[in-house]
Design a protein around this ligand. Structure first.
Ligand code: NAG
Ligand code: NAG
Length: 218
């Protein structure tokens, strides 16, 4: 039994914890729930493997020692380590990604619908940035060098560009086992089936020829 003062503090702490809880995946209800891809149950997350059958490899991934292939139009490569690579991440609310950037390479504007991201530069120099929501659309940007860390808040459009003289490498952690990614250009100009030209002409204030050209690129 607390005094009214402690009750108020308790309620405030409980409210703030429940608000924080919304910023990442649900907390697990057991030590772990290693995903079992063979069980065909549709649920929020993945069903658990029998804990007695769980092995160390269920919690492990090898391959971050290898650089991604950046010979593509963006000049970047993503190596994700989410629940599909480490089934033991199921219900734990975290994942990791390695990003390689060739000279001038870009990780194009995108959002993660389910995760905030914290990125550290292992090698090279990156210009990074995110844009706040409308109507401000304020771009918050910084040039990072080896050892620097930057945060991209959940849901906001963000990007990175290699601004150094050589290749760059970064590792980023995300606050979801399955952060998801919406790449803006592909979502808008490359959806299947495609968006009507009229929608894109008006939305982006472009003429129809330019819309057709952009659709052909994505
Ligand atoms: C990366 O690590 C894996 C697993 O430990 C190993 O088999 C592979 O040879 C390594 N590759 C490089 C490029 O170091
Ligand atoms: C990298 O990707 C390009 C384009 O797909 C391909 O031609 C090349 O062989 C790849 N390089 C390696 C080392 O896999």
């Amino acid at each position: 039994m607390g005094t009214p003062y402690y009750d108020v503090v308790f309620v405030l702490v409980a409210i703030s914890l429940s608000v924080l809880g919304l910023a990442s995946d649900q907390n697990p209800l057991q030590d772990f729930c290693v995903a079992d891809p063979t069980v065909q149950v549709l649920m929020n997350g993945l069903p658990c493997k029998d804990p007695k059958a769980v092995q160390a490899d269920d919690f492990s991934f090898s391959g971050f020692n290898q650089s991604g292939n950046t010979s593509n139009p963006l000049g970047s490569a993503i190596t994700p380590v989410a629940v599909s690579e480490i089934p033991g991440l199921n219900t734990l609310g975290i994942s990791l990604v390695r990003v390689d950037y060739g000279r001038g390479g870009v990780n194009p504007p995108h959002t993660h619908p389910r995760a905030s991201e914290i990125l550290t530069v292992l090698d090279g120099s990156l210009e990074v940035g995110f844009v706040t929501s409308s109507p401000e659309n304020r771009r918050i940007t910084k040039v990072l060098h080896k050892g620097d860390v930057f945060v991209f808040p959940i849901g906001l459009v963000h990007y990175q560009k290699n601004v150094g003289p050589g290749n760059a490498v970064a590792i980023a952690a995300l606050s979801s086992q399955n952060p998801g990614v919406v790449i803006i250009a592909g979502a808008v100009f490359g959806s299947v089936p495609e968006m009507d030209d009229d929608v894109l002409v008006r939305s982006f204030q472009l003429d129809k020829g330019v819309v057709g050209y952009l659709k052909s690129k994505f």
